[in-house]
Design a binder for this molecule. Sequence first.
Ligand code: SF4
Length: 329
Amino acid sequence: MRPFRYERATDPASAVALLAGSPQAAFLGGGTNLVDLMKLDVARPDLLVDVRGATSRAIEELPDGGVRVGAGVSNSDLAADPLIRLRYPLVAQAVLEGASTQLRNLATVGGNLLQRTRCRYFQDVTTACNKREPGTGCSAIEGDNRDLAVLGASPDCIATHPSDLAVALVAVDATVQTIGPAGGRSIPLTELHRLPGSAPQHDNVLAHGELITAVDLPSLPFARRSWYRKIRDRASYAFALVSVAAAIDLADGRVRDVRIALGGVAPRPWRATRAEDLLRGRPVSEERLRRAAAAELADARPQSDNAFKIPLARNAIVRTVLDLVGRVP
Ligand code: SF4
């Protein structure tokens, strides 16, 4: 690992100030992804600004009925919180499916959202990778791409976003609160992560020195009926081949509202708006669900090794929503 300086910030403003003057500096949360990347020589910060003492570790109700989660909350505390478990069970489930207990104890909510792809070539500095070294090429397109994207990819990068939590938060329309050199702002989680296009080195829309301080979950009573299903190669501690976060609001057998997001299939958490639009206002049936899932995957473009993800994602949408409907009292 290369030498680096370490500073401990005590509040968000000082964290931003410490980072702003150093183009190669990075914020440090739990370090469960960043430190691995430093050991692999993929990440090379010359300064780490530890924000664990600068960001809130509180989970609190908002006046509008939503819930604010401090960026410094550990993944374990988020999954165990009674408010989250009751009102947003898909969020708690996604976190519990996300990693080992040891990692969940260290990893923070803010860091979870900003973790980087686990594409094997991104993590191997001996290979070409446009995300790690722009302009060098994409080794995955002709290489091992079984785990990679079928939606939203570009000729320059076909990586997937690894976070389970982000998929659940996209499904409930969460908003990220940030503070940066230009001040504070709110970013809908659906807009936080970028598609690769011709600049895959940029995973998200945050500016250098912009710090996530909290994640706001809106009031969404029907999210009490929600589910996160993760399909992976082994039962413990693996990234999603496909995952589905879903919540449904039924009235008189019809879908009053529905939220569906996919993980493991795209460079960012994938909100399934086409499928949602085909389901709202209509009775639930397996056939309608299959049509909605097919519409969502209609633009999917498989690589040489991952065509299986397309029917897997379709079937996972159908099964997850049917399971939720089966839970109607
Ligand atoms: Fe790099 Fe993206 Fe290609 Fe993986 S898919 S090798 S991250 S450019």
